[in-house]
Write a new protein. Sequence first.
Lengths: 225, 413
Amino acid sequence: MKILIVEDEIELLIAISNYLIKENYTCELADTFTKAHEKVSIFEYDIILLDITLPDGNGIELLKIIRKYNVKAGVIIISAKNSLDDKTGGLDLGADDYMTKPFQLSELNSRIRAILRRRQFGGTEVVTFNEISVFTESKSVKINETKIFFTKKEYDLLLYFIINKNRVLTKEAIAEHLWNDNIELADNFDFIYTHLNNIRRKIKNAGGADYINTLYGMGYKFSER
Amino acid sequence: MKFLTKINRNYFLMLSLLIVMISFAGYFILKTVIFGQTKESLLEKAFLIKKQISETGKIPSLYPLIEVTETVKTSELNPALNEVFIREEGENEQESYTEYSEVISVGTKYYLVKIRQANVESEDLIMAIAIPLLVLMVFTFGFSGFITKKMNQTIWADFESNLSKLENFTFENRAGLQLKNTNIHEFDRLNDVVTRLTKKLNQDYDSLKEFSENASHEIQTPLSIALLNLEEIIQQDLPEVTFKKIVSSINALKRLSRLNENLILITKIENNQFPAGETINFTKLFRNKVEDFEPLIRSVKIEIIWNIENDFYLKINSQLADVIINNLLSNAINHNLDSGFIRFDSSLDKLVLSNPGPPVNFSDDKIFDRFVKGNSKSFGLGLSIVKKICGVNGIVISYSFGEFHSFTLSRKS
């Protein structure tokens, strides 16, 4: 999968690309409007991460150009401005998603995967981890070929874990993923513990192993022991 | 007070004062003139009486106007003018007279002659002066009132129209501020000044807006870099102490970023940068939100009680409505008791959200102030944002603590 990252802040550009390369994506970088313009008019990308504020142009203008040449590409706008105008404007112009800085890399990965799923697999991807299979179209989960019922939040959480497997996720990152903008409401993180216990219990009852590792009470990691 | 009312009032006061002064002066002048006339006519009469007595020997008598009595003494009584009061037969009141008395000698006889003339009564005099002046005053005012009203419609019309343009001035819709030329020097000067000031204001507003947007961008970018790097660091195998320190740094940076977002939100609300609203069913919105947060609410064992008489509606931007709901709900959850509850009382004209909890350690009216917080780890901005949003949208939010903490949303009457 080929990703173009358009971001004027070099350090951010490098941090994002290092992470995505580790997640087995091919990355190309552009730190100006001109470079990005050149790239999108020549190459094809699966995903384009687009910063709105660029030194020599506006990301929204770039989005119009992208939609002309790169119809297939999924576009995620990355903006420091949590402004509704940009958000609705961007989504209206054909962006697939909108993320506000600062964001978590694990969250970025989840969003990229969701867009790829929608755009390239027609939403029918099956995400598997050993005996666990998550069917994204029907939002259902099978463990050892047995269908197990998960609530909406439990399903979200399990998918998030599998997509970000082998990665340390803090409680706050998980809460943010589950509640988005309503994070202030989720001041109390106890409910995550409840969700995790439910997931563990359901997997175990279906004969699965416990892949959720707790890290010093502050984070979790979904991996084989 | 209107400009014209003020002018008219001053005019009225000045004119009244003038009229009172004129009345006093007139009264005294008239009185002096009348007294002079009276004196002259009395002397004249005295001379005639003297002439009649010496020529005919007849003693005239016309009480109380003419009174002549024989007398013996001559030297003691000099001619004199006095004011005397005499009660006439059949009348109750004493009348005031000016009396001239003189002793005259006719042959060997001496007569004391007293001649009197009735005075004009002071009341009559005052009335004679006051009534015409009063009539004059009433006419003057009526006329000037009529004139100013007419002038108001013509001369002030342009001024009024400019004023209403200024009243409707907002930063969202400022393209249309074109002040009309009035052809009156003072008003046109004012227009010039106002036009210059609004131009300056617009520039300041734009640069402030740009600044706050830039500030937000500039702060979030380094925060993002720090957070991404820290997120990568915790992926390594770390000793517990290090891991915990880094996670707490991540959380602190996130708090900083959220604080920044909230302050920017407040600025945007203050600047009225949210487009106009639509009518929103708050009762339904609260219901949806509670549903979304059902797992969270359940995990803290809070019961939700609905007491819905009618759905409560408010006209507001939907994004801001969401902020109000989020902040009020999180406030009710975070400051609740163990196994507490949140009650919604919804009716046509208000929505009340109550929850039990320990009393706050500051006065009730401070609850909406910035950075005032109870025992929560929040910034103390949530309720101040709610208050701000309500303020610019004509919504009343009030807090009371009786048995429970209660927040009431209602429309401004």
